[in-house]
Design a protein around this ligand. Sequence first.
Ligand code: ADP
Ligand code: MG
Length: 322
Amino acid sequence: MKLAFIIDPITKLDPGHDSSVAMMESAQLLGHQVWITEASQLSIIKGKAWGYLQSVDLKPVKLIDGYWQAEADWYRVGNKVLTCLEEMDAVFMRTDPPVTVPYLYTTYILDLIDRSKTLVINSPHGLRTANEKMYALQFTSVIPETIVSQDKSVIAKFVQEKQSAVLKPLGGKGGEGILFLEAVDRNFNSLIEISTKQGSEPIMVQEYLPAAKEGDKRIILLDGEPIGAVNRVPSGNEFRGNMAVGGKAAKVDITDREREICAVVAPRLSADHLYFVGLDVIGGYLTEVNVTSPTGIREIDRLNNVSLGKQVIGWLENKLSN
Ligand SMILES: Nc1ncnc2c1ncn2[C@@H]1O[C@H](COP(=O)(O)OP(=O)(O)O)[C@@H](O)[C@H]1O
Ligand SMILES: [Mg+2]
């Protein structure tokens, strides 16, 4: 297969952590051709999506003392070649959030790829549909009590009822801007004002789940099926579990309740052509549906001695041969 990955600059990727690198590496190991590009390198020409693609040759990371180690020169890229993306069998859209207006423009470029020729993972339509925070709100039976508002009185009433809550910007990632707020906080009003940018932007306000202390579980779904999970346990005084803020990756199983959550979400993901997705689950409640560039593969692989990257590429081989 010919595969293109739209990623952030490769110099910024962490080969021992980023799922994009894990998938590219697996594709290469399974004998496929891998190219990379960036959102800024895409164009529409005569009604088709084109991009400056560079072939990439990766030195696979190695597991040493329980952690992935990469060589300093872990990748080598070829020259940029302007290529019609329909020459690829699949295109992985893996740019990190936030979903900005230029990000949305990229999805419109990807709309011009003929689906019968090239599979886009995740579909540009799905990426526009699924705000990572708000997409979860349709699954009312499996989420904690949550509101979205920019109105201080609505937010204040909710937090006072719950006594403690978590404020979340709607476009954040990796724990950015996530605030813990108690009804008794002396900064109560000010924190709401800062978070909503003086009432000009809606935010998510969610009841605080004490189970977050035991971890925030990332469950990777491939075509709606859970294929692996990793727990992220907050470290020190930090209440957020994100690995980006020091959360420790820990081995974990997927519970029956979590399989139920996956089954509730799966039909919707399928309808929106969201094939590679990371659910965040705290204490048996769904808190986030990550669709842009979910991570977790490297941690699950090293903790469980598996290769989710190979599973993803194997699934793709299968899907495209049918
Ligand atoms: N309802 C909640 N109760 C307690 N902690 C939460 C809650 N929601 C999120 N958190 C904590 O905040 C972190 C980030 O939240 P999340 O909604 O996954 O946003 P993102 O990962 O995009 O920053 C989680 O890893 C978790 O530790
Ligand atoms: Mg999260």
